[in-house]
Write a protein that binds this ligand. Structure first.
Ligand SMILES: NC(=O)c1ccc[n+]([C@@H]2O[C@H](COP(=O)([O-])OP(=O)(O)OC[C@H]3O[C@@H](n4cnc5c(N)ncnc54)[C@H](OP(=O)(O)O)[C@@H]3O)[C@@H](O)[C@H]2O)c1
Length: 164
């Protein structure tokens, strides 16, 4: 099974200069709680935007560069979607963490989206695409708790693909 975890602004903004457009420490804590102990799959640009290899997660990185190397026991580099399918256990939840190119690639295979909507507009150069909400059901929705570390309101959603 594949899931997405994604945070967007009010205009589906998701990145600026290879970083997140906002600083929301508790949202990062939520990201950790969802992804820890899972395989996470990402594009090379998102990988390079991470501060470090994330603990307790196997990382699969997609690049078209066959010479791309990263020497770490939790990092696997692949060059195609087929190679990702070879490396994952499809009976487990494998989580796509972005960016936009990789979400597009995996959309047909994905059944769950952990979506955070940040209630503000941001400068951005990378955007998430508009979801066809006829295909998705909102299974859960809750607002983030506001405090001095979370000073912009945002809402968590869990969307599941409708059974056809
Ligand atoms: N808001 C969020 O939740 C969130 C989540 C993740 C990322 N982001 C942000 O999104 C931005 C990055 O997203 P992005 O869309 O520009 O880049 P990306 O999806 O992270 O990475 C794109 C790269 O993936 C590789 N790739 C793409 N399709 C491939 C394929 N079919 N086969 C093999 N490799 C493939 C290519 O790497 P090569 O160029 O090496 O060939 C491509 O340049 C950053 O600003 C980041 O901070 C935001």
């Amino acid at each position: 099974m594949f899931s997405f975890i994604i945070a967007v602004g009010e205009n589906n903004e998701m990145g600026l200069n290879n970083h997140l457009p906002w600083h929301l420490p508790k949202e990062i804590g939520y990201f950790r709680s969802v992804t820890e102990w899972h395989t996470i799959i990402m594009g090379r640009k998102t990988f390079e935007s991470l501060p470090r290899v994330l603990p307790n997660r196997k990382h699969i990185i997609l690049t078209r560069d066959e010479n791309y190397k990263y020497d770490h026991p939790d990092v696997v580099i692949v060059n195609s979607l087929d190679e990702v399918f070879d490396k994952v256990k499809t009976e487990e939840e494998n989580i796509i963490i972005g960016g936009a190119e990789i979400f597009r690639l995996f959309l047909p295979y994905t059944n769950r989206i952990y979506l955070t909507v940040v209630h503000k507009k941001f400068d951005a150069d990378t955007f998430f695409f508009k979801l066809d909400m006829d295909q998705w059901i909102e299974s859960k929705k809750w607002d983030a708790v506001m405090d001095d570390k979370n000073n912009i309101p945002y809402t968590y959603y869990i969307l599941d693909r409708k059974k056809s």
